[in-house]
Design a protein around this ligand. Sequence first.
Ligand SMILES: [Zn+2]
Length: 65
Amino acid sequence: MSGTTATTQAAAVPARVFWTALAVVGALLLLTYLVAFDNGAVSQSGMLLHELMHDGRHLLGVPCH
Ligand SMILES: [Zn+2]
């Protein structure tokens, strides 16, 4: 009997889980941007965020000074 085919069906992800995961990923990307690249350009905070995140920048290996 060679007519059997294995069909795989992706499990449905509940919308609440999808949107929560998307929000978490977005928040982490925003945090990464603020820590590593902003330098006051978008946040208009001058060097405040840079100084607050300074140790984190070095921990992540972001060029700093
Ligand atoms: Zn530094």
